[in-house]
Design a binder for this molecule. Structure first.
Ligand code: CMC
Length: 489
């Protein structure tokens, strides 16, 4: 086929029925460019809202990014229909069996499995960048005793960045991380070592303040997850070593959670990073996004759901309430997977290993009954809703004795790796970084003139004016007291 015939075959022909014009849009890597649609313009029809900007070309609407590719990536591939997950081409099952979290981190960030020497250097850099400034103690102690550990961790990443002015493009210049020369790459890698190395330290500190414990200095000579367990649990015992079964299980869980391409939190990191903000702020933003119950907070939500169900005989009633849309089956469903999440099988196996040493979790029977009923139920089958990574992981964390609200932290710590891999890739992509600035479809009021306050008619009603709120600081006794300027509560 000649070149032009070939490029015509690899294109999309669009006819705009408003104008009768035809447009040829190239298809590259089975993708069409949304900006190509900007050329498809038409005169505004009489009576049409000017805010539609019809004469400026078509927009592409995609609420929730259901079918919009925002970056070219070489990191992770998911085939959601076949239940396939590969990091840099390697199937997740092979990595879970043969690799470790830190080796897989190297793979995700640099694109290849390291040689023994390369791995030794990488591991040593990560483990030597685990200590935080002594002042951090004051920061952690400033949280209330019952602060959610994800609130602490999210703030801690941002706090951490305040120590490293050399990593801040606002202070050092916008090309700090995009130059790609030796100094820029070394600076970027140093922040990567720090963020991965200190993620466990920050998480362990968030854990320890909740327990009323002093902090411990990160130990030497332990693995990444061994060091994490040590930092959470060591209370001064001599020659303390975490259980190798729990250390390995946590390592497998970390590896499985290390990346998952453009999920909400990774997209948040890239969106935030696209303004060229420092990586600590970008990671803090990712952490905040992960915290939500539709994403990394689902592992906590699953256990709360199982506790509320109580026992296997209550499962049918619970499923009925899900079908009536009163409740959500946490740990089921996924934007990309339309079959079982491949990680859920590995997690299920890991759970059995853990239960052998910890004893079976009392919620397991309820979880099994729920799982077995849901995968056969027409409602879930029809919508292709299958168990995701969070359905089983919470049961392992519970069996390991972690508090419920710490579960999302156990997701966030390993995911720092994926966030950094994608952030680094974006900083180094050819053509530089483009700020992520999506469009909207404006459907609000047309142009109107300001009305002085005396002439306004009050607009009332739900969502149209502030809803009256209870003042939580006011006790019943204060409400009954008399004082100057008292307003009706
Ligand atoms: N329980 C009940 N109904 C559900 C569920 C669920 N868990 N998930 C999806 N649906 C229904 C949804 O109501 C919709 O029904 P209909 O078409 O009749 O309106 C249909 O299935 C399609 O769902 P969707 O909300 O359009 O799918 P989405 O891709 O926008 O959302 C999801 C994906 C993961 C947010 C959603 O499945 C969900 O809320 N799951 C529960 C929370 C959860 O387990 N999250 C962890 C995700 S995996 C790990 C991670 O990313 O952190």
């Amino acid at each position: 086929m000649g070149r032009s015939l070939e490029s015509e075959a690899n294109s999309l022909t669009v006819r705009d029925n408003r104008t009768g014009k035809t447009f040829n849009i190239p298809i590259v890597d089975n993708t069409i460019s949304a900006t190509a649609f900007k050329a498809i313009a038409a005169p505004r029809k009489e009576g049409e809202r000017e805010e539609n900007e019809t004469e400026k070309g078509l927009r592409v609407a995609d609420k929730g990014f259901l079918n919009t590719a925002v970056i070219q990536s070489q990191i992770t591939y998911i085939d959601g229909d076949a239940g396939v997950l590969r990091y840099r081409g390697y199937p997740i099952e092979q990595l879970a069996l043969h690799s470790s979290h830190l080796e897989t981190s190297y793979l995700l960030i640099y694109g290849h499995l390291p040689s023994r020497e390369q791995y030794k250097v990488f591991e040593s850099e990560i483990m030597h960048h685990s200590i935080v400034h002594a002042d951090a103690e004051g920061f952690f102690r400033s949280f209330r005793y019952d602060a959610h550990p994800m609130a602490i961790l999210t703030s801690a990443f941002s706090y951490l960045g305040s120590y490293y002015s050399e990593a801040n493009p606002s202070l050092q210049g916008q090309t700090l991380f995009t130059k790609g020369d030796h100094n820029s790459l070394a600076n970027m890698d140093k922040q990567i070592f720090r963020l991965i190395g200190k993620a466990t330290t920050l998480a362990a500190m968030a854990y320890r303040i909740r327990q009323g414990r002093d902090f411990v200095t990160p130990p030497t000579g332990l693995s990444y997850t061994g060091s994490f367990l040590y930092q959470m649990d060591h209370l001064g015992q001599e020659n303390y070593r975490p259980s190798p079964v729990l250390e390995r299980a946590l390592d497998v869980l970390f590896l499985l959670h290390a990346d998952h391409e453009l999920n909400a939190s990774c997209t948040t990191v890239l969106q935030t990073g696209s303004s060229l903000v420092d990586p600590y702020s970008a990671i803090a933003a990712g952490c905040a996004s992960l915290y939500g119950p539709l994403h990394g907070g689902a592992n906590e939500a699953v256990i709360r759901m199982l506790i509320s169900i109580g026992s296997p005989e209550n499962v049918p009633a619970f499923l009925e309430s899900v079908k009536r849309r009163e409740k959500v089956l946490s740990g089921f469903g996924h934007r990309v997977y339309k079959t079982s999440d491949p990680r859920s099988f590995i997690i299920r196996k890991t759970a059995d290993e853990v239960f052998k040493v910890t004893g079976k979790d009392e919620l397991l029977d309820t979880a099994m009954a729920l799982h077995d009923a849901a995968i056969k139920d027409e409602f879930f089958v029809k919508r292709k809703l299958a168990p995701n990574v969070d359905f089983w992981s919470g049961l392992i964390y519970r069996a390991m004795g972690f508090p419920l609200d710490f579960f999302p932290v156990l997701f966030a710590v390993p995911r720092v790796v994926g966030w950094l891999a994608h952030w680094r890739q974006m900083m180094l992509q050819s053509g530089g970084v483009k700020i992520w600035r999506p469009r909207q479809v404006y459907v609000g009021a047309g142009k109107r003139d300001f009305v002085p306050i005396e002439e306004r008619k009050p607009v009332e009603g739900p969502k149209q004016a502030p809803t009256p709120v209870m003042h939580s600081g006011i006790t019943k006794r204060t409400a009954m007291a008399e004082f100057k300027g008292k307003t009706k509560l």
